[in-house]
Write a protein that binds this ligand. Sequence first.
Ligand SMILES: Cc1cc2nc3c(=O)[nH]c(=O)nc-3n(C[C@H](O)[C@H](O)[C@H](O)COP(=O)(O)O)c2cc1C
Length: 200
Amino acid sequence: MLNKPAQTSTPVHELIRERWSPRAFNGKAVSTTDLTAVLEAARWAASSNNGQPWRFIVATNDDASGHAAAVAGFAVRNQRWAKAAPVLVFACARKAFEANGNPNAHSWYDTGAAIATLTIEAQARGLRLHQAAGIERDTIRATYGVPEEFDIVVGFALGHQGDPDSLPEDLPGREREPRARKPLADIVFSGKFGTPAKLG
Ligand SMILES: Cc1cc2nc3c(=O)[nH]c(=O)nc-3n(C[C@H](O)[C@H](O)[C@H](O)COP(=O)(O)O)c2cc1C
């Protein structure tokens, strides 16, 4: 199995070090227990005013037509890898708070936090996840009847990691590309924006 651990400046938990976003999935089903647990993890994320704006639409490959409909919700370039994943999910965010109808400026932020939480639970269970902003929002809205009160934020594939060479075209090479991040000094400041914080 291809591993791409984060090259960190200081040790971090292995769930974070080992997480990455493969595109190759082997099609093996995700158990109902694991699928329920990752969604349960998302449920317990923090959110602004505990508004819980996230909603998830789940399709699994034990329902071939439902899975095919979900594949069609991904942009064509992402369908190339998403179609092999046993679980496809679309995350939606409620634009306004249910309690008072006020706009929720943090609905996408909260939905991202829920997916980050879900991702760590998935990693702990030996599952991998690949998110995609490249989705067909009009198609998804029509297919699932997503109400206008909700934005469609992102899609993701969930499953067991597969062989990079099972991917088409340029994707095996991209699967093996090293992972890169900006240095901490470029993203953590102290005193003045742009001044790197002194860290260990
Ligand atoms: C919001 C979001 C949107 C993304 N959209 C796509 C996408 O449309 N297609 C794709 O192949 N990967 C997509 N990715 C995956 C990122 O490219 C990937 O997470 C990033 O390169 C960092 O790699 P890593 O997750 O392996 O550390 C997306 C990730 C996120 C969080």
